[in-house]
Design a protein around this ligand. Structure first.
Ligand code: UDX
Length: 439
């Protein structure tokens, strides 16, 4: 099949290469010339394990190309819309300017019988609005909503082996034609028996925001329990293990710590609340405000904990921050809890040095006033406290004995409950973590 993927950010670039991998002829379109140039050269514009290999392989087959010119999407049977929908500046709602611009330019090339398949996370109601627009301009062209659930760090795996397919289809007579086209795109995935949910536009749009809201709620639930553990002397890690054995609850996404960040969960729950408000259903989602509040409180608590450990004052104290990305195996620093804490510490007078295996370049660009080093040992040199804020494997596997040689004071704060407390305390470290007793 001939496929166009409009928007080659995280989602689009991985989707384009993955669709070429399963045999389609794919063109990825993006307005950013530098991004297109990098992708053509098989260089990933972001850190994602396995992606560059996939890019190289699929470019090598000749089935994958990239372009800045929408005219190159001409003749594609399916046009995937993968542009970003960031949070509006100073507001909760999603900014749809990239969606609208992409669709406007796609309408110049779209032909009857071709399918516009939306993948971006959008406020419910967007697909219906776009379908009306498409119908007015190109009668006979189809619109479907086909949300994507990939996680950063597992993007290739999640795209090639999704745990479900969701098709939001038009209610009119075009539904079957749209479903057939999507089935043809995903033929090997459908053939494996991957569960498929076919539904209307609104449900498909909501599946994505509901899933992300559930995940965010699960994280904030365990972080609320962590607050109680701190008040009672209980241990949130053991609590999570114990409730997680109940398979109605499940242990995944019950890791207490600094909470969620990144380009999806925070902005998606806020956009969902904003949209519910517009629809007169804001009461249904007031709990998400609390989910957001609990999440943000963890960052403040982390700074308090650092102050406590540093004998009541941060002024002039040397603090090593291990981790800048919002999660491991990513160079993404959008809404990063780690950088937020690093900045708070610096504002309160600490001398902060940040390290990360992949996100230093991005961090330097966005947060130029912080001090960066490339290794945890350099960050820790002469430090009064070490804060592990992103649970990279490199940090989980640090040898507390050897690492102890670099610091001035052996105090470690485990912001992700990821270290082996026993090993660190036996090596003479004061160990503190969110939701757990001092070790
Ligand atoms: C998320 C969804 O998982 C994915 O399905 C959707 O398509 C996009 O949003 P992603 O943002 O890549 O993916 O990250 P995810 O792995 O979900 O982690 C989100 C945040 O939650 C991270 O900051 C992570 O550190 C935090 N988290 C996750 C916790 O604090 N505790 C947990 O138990 C799990």
């Amino acid at each position: 099949m001939r496929i166009a993927v409009i928007g080659c950010g995280y989602l689009g670039a991985v989707h384009a290469a993955s669709m070429a991998e399963i045999g389609h002829e794919v063109v990825g379109i993006d307005v950013d010339e530098r991004k297109v140039a990098a992708l053509r050269d098989a260089r990933a514009p972001f850190y994602e394990p396995g992606f560059e290999d996939l890019l190289q392989r699929t470019l090598g087959t000749g089935r994958l190309s990239f372009s800045t010119d929408m005219a190159d999407a001409t003749g594609a049977q399916v046009h995937f819309l993968c542009v970003g929908t960031p949070q509006k500046h100073g507001e909760y709602g999603a900014d749809l300017r990239y969606v609208d611009a992409a669709v406007e330019s796609l309408l110049e090339v779209l032909q009857p019988g071709e399918l516009l398949a939306g993948k971006s996370t959008v406020p419910v109601g967007t697909a219906a609005r776009l379908a009306e627009l498409v119908d007015g301009k190109v009668p006979g062209a189809l619109v479907a909503w086909n949300p994507e659930f990939l996680r950063e760090g597992f993007a290739v795996e999640d795209t090639l082996h999704p745990d479900r397919l969701v098709y939001g289809l038009p209610a009119d007579g075009y539904g079957e034609a749209a479903e057939r086209l999507l089935d043809e795109v995903y033929a090997p995935i459908v053939a494996r028996g991957t569960p498929k949910v076919t539904t209307d536009y609104a449900t498909a749009e909501m599946v994505k925001t509901a899933a992300n809201s559930f995940l965010a709620t699960k994280i904030s639930f365990i972080n609320a329990m962590a607050e109680l553990c701190e008040a009672t002397g209980a241990d949130v890690k053991l609590l999570a293990d114990a409730i997680g054995y109940d398979d109605r609850i499940g242990r995944k996404f019950l890791n207490a710590g600094l909470g969620f960040g990144g380009g999806c969960l925070p902005k998606d729950i806020r956009a969902f609340m904003a949209r519910a408000g517009e629809l007169g259903a804001d009461q249904a989602l007031t709990f998400l405000r609390e989910v957001d509040n609990i999440n943000m409180r963890r960052r403040i608590r982390m700074v308090e904990l650092a102050r406590e450990v540093l004998d009541g004052s941060l002024l002039g104290k040397k603090v090593a921050v291990l981790g800048a990305a919002f999660k491991p195996d990513s160079d993404d620093i959008r809404d990063s809890p780690a950088l937020n804490v690093a900045q708070q510490l610096q504002l309160q007078g600490a001398v902060v040095r940040v390290t990360d295996p992949a996100a230093i370049e991005n961090s330097r660009r966005e947060w130029p006033h912080l001090d960066y080093t490339s290794t945890p040992e350099e960050a820790a040199a002469g430090a009064d406290a070490v804060l592990v804020l992103t649970e990279w494997r490199q940090y989980r596997e640090l040898d507390p004995v050897a690492f102890g040689q670099h610091v001035r004071q052996k105090r470690v704060l485990d912001g992700r409950n990821a270290l082996d407390r026993e090993a660190w305390t036996s090596a003479g470290w004061t160990y503190r973590a969110l939701g757990r007793r001092a070790g």
